[in-house]
Design a protein around this ligand. Sequence first.
Ligand SMILES: Cc1cc2nc3c(=O)[nH]c(=O)nc-3n(C[C@H](O)[C@H](O)[C@H](O)COP(=O)(O)OP(=O)(O)OC[C@H]3O[C@@H](n4cnc5c(N)ncnc54)[C@H](O)[C@@H]3O)c2cc1C
Length: 335
Amino acid sequence: MPTRRALVVGAGVAGLTTALRLLRSDWEIVLVERASRFADDGFPCALRGAGWDAAGRLGVLGALTERSQPRCGTVVIDRTGVPFALSPKPSSRVPVLRHGDVVSVLREAVGDVLRRAEVLRLVEDDCGVTVEFTGGDADWFDLVVGADGTDSAVRGAVYGDQKWRGQGFSVVSGRLQGSSRDAVRMDLPRRSIRVHPLHDGQSAALFAWRGDVGLALDDVFGDVPGLPSSLLSQVDEVRLSRRKGFQSHLRRWASKQVVLVGDAAWCSRRYCEHGVSLSIAGAELLGDALDIFPHTAEALAWWEEQMRPLVRRARRQSTVLRESEVAEAFAARPV
Ligand SMILES: Cc1cc2nc3c(=O)[nH]c(=O)nc-3n(C[C@H](O)[C@H](O)[C@H](O)COP(=O)(O)OP(=O)(O)OC[C@H]3O[C@@H](n4cnc5c(N)ncnc54)[C@H](O)[C@@H]3O)c2cc1C
């Protein structure tokens, strides 16, 4: 019988995995999501290391592996359209999955606990948290998990105004007809492109740029060498979003009864290439911590202590090139 109540805010990878893990222990879960429909975000991501292990223990690895996409190397293209580096295929142990497939596998595993609601205010007391939802409802929980992504309202409610680094950027995720043997990555100042082949003969594409979200892809990327505008006009856009920038480093991810998991806590880059794996691993470990320690505050402090080095290590291993590294690679390339 459930003896403790947790509110999980956000039904992305971090929130769904947290709900799945806590449901295996003595928690009653209320999982709330503000979006009215599930965005089938299609860009593939590799499930690695701790995320892979945690997915196995949570019993979802089989369903995830069934949906995996082709493993391939990545060709890095320079600003003149010339390939200058090839990163190797991930190992055969690492499934490469569309983000939307990870979400749907987790949604199936969690079952029917999802509610459509948005958090307005949180007030922590010594033993729990009173939560006010938009629409006027209020409820009390032993624990609140903010898994509500980079623009986290829970983070705002606990830590006040959030600081952002860098400039905002726009992201379009879509599909292209046709697929290549390798994935393609092109990082230019102020804009970038990622393409990944899919099993269905199409390719997933991500376009990101600093500037107005309303601009047509052709206006932003039309001058990129090797990228015909006929290709740009064929992109079947499934999502268009504007991000505020990169979230500042947070000194704490947990207070006494509120904890941030996933992008709400540790996302500080445009492409967090370990974001899915870290969210699954972090959510599972949070459940373990809450099982081990009798007091929530103690569990959250221990969990944060374990997660910080894992996140730091993942950032160091990230295969994403920074602009300075790209510039260095250009400089080093023989003419
Ligand atoms: C352009 C881009 C490329 C990426 N590429 C990769 C990659 O290659 N590999 C990889 O591993 N990761 C990648 N990531 C990161 C990865 O997608 C995330 O780290 C991972 O999905 C975990 O996200 P999350 O669940 O923490 O947050 P999100 O996926 O943002 O989910 C948060 C959820 O909370 C909901 N929500 C927000 N506010 C509220 C509120 N107030 N009340 C209720 N619900 C709310 C949102 O609607 C959303 O459903 C990428 C991210 C981006 C943006």
